[in-house]
Design a protein around this ligand. Sequence first.
Ligand SMILES: Cc1ncc(COP(=O)(O)O)c(C=O)c1O
Length: 446
Amino acid sequence: MTLLSDAPSLAQESLEAFWMPFTANRQFKAHPRMLVKAEGMYYTTDDGRRILDGFAGLWCCNAGHCRKPIVEAIQKQAAVMDYAPAFQMGQPLAFELANRIVGMAPDPLDHVFFCNSGSEAVDSALKIAIAYHRVRGEGARTRLIGRERAYHGVGFGGISVGGIPVNRKMYAGAMIPGVDHLPHTHNLEKNAFSRGQPEWGAQLADELERLVALHDASTIAAVIVEPMAGSTGVLIPPRGYLERLREITRKHGILLIFDEVITAFGRMGAAFASEVYGVVPDMITFAKGVTSGTVPMGGVIVSHDVYQAFMSGPAGSIELFHGYTYSAHVLACAAGLATLQLYEDEGLFARAARMAPKLEAALHALRGSRHVIDIRNQGLVGAIEVAARPGTVGARGFDIFLRCFEKGVLVRQTGDIIALAPALIVEDSEIDRMASTLRDVLAGLD
Ligand SMILES: Cc1ncc(COP(=O)(O)O)c(C=O)c1O
């Protein structure tokens, strides 16, 4: 067995076959950034450099890397039963994990559908929403409402309700029909340098009334939003905005889906963002943090009413024609159970809430640094937005990302926005290092 950390550096031609996702392939392959080992808050590169992980991998390794209880649970399970089909068969860990997740979820969300990624979770939630109305005799409710700048993964459902132009334009003619979008909530004129939830913008939720007037409620199945929009560059919901969406959707019998693929399992300082914002949707999608990124897993938590609506017809008939070969994969379930136990044992959600003011202070101290036009944060998430270089959106952001990596800190870049989302075990000194690295990089940037 070749351990990654012992593997020789790959020759340039060996990098060709892998078509890397969401990556500048030619740039990467000319200047590879290869990670071979991970522990706690750090990665190690193939040339032996330790990299402080400011982004929990990709918003997912919330417990930190290679945590022993999770590693051991996966190893142990792999030797006992590698795989069990989830169609018409069961294995105990799936039920145990569903119970555990339901126990953490807000009432009345009390059933879990499992899949393998955030994208699948979103597509599953959208399908469940449309099917829900149909089984209740409202089959005309098929329209889905997303939001500009939203990221809901890369499935056809996800890009259709999503609102990131570069993710959509190649597939414009192939997206699912009957989708409309709310306006996004990003407004630097009103909200720049907000700490936590911005004051301005609740009224943007009223745009939903306009869409209902246009399409009629009887055609609308669901509204899907990220409570905190992460991948588009950290857009914190304005005060009162999510509450208003909840009111309007309830009034019109429209399901509200919170896409919590990033925000669930501690990122905002609680199990779910729904809890932080005090707004309970009809469905929550999750992925990433459920296994701390160790084994792919995603899912949808649905309300009592949504689940029960399907439980009619003959008891021997399948209620939902949807599922994945790897739904509730036993290794993912083992990883999930160990991860949720670790979050509880170490009080990591509360820890995230305690560390949030530190991250806020460290980031906002960068106000006034070169090119910085906004800093925003909530929970253990923060973002710094810099002015784009004229005519080259994203180039300055990419430079910041590369220079931080050279200085031993991994951050995430979207356009000209740099996001930080460290594991919930992050220490003060590590937050200081992320901020001082960013300060140095910004100072030297053209
Ligand atoms: C809110 C949200 N939904 C869906 C996804 C897609 O998840 P995945 O990459 O696991 O398919 C992401 C990924 O970052 C996300 O942030």
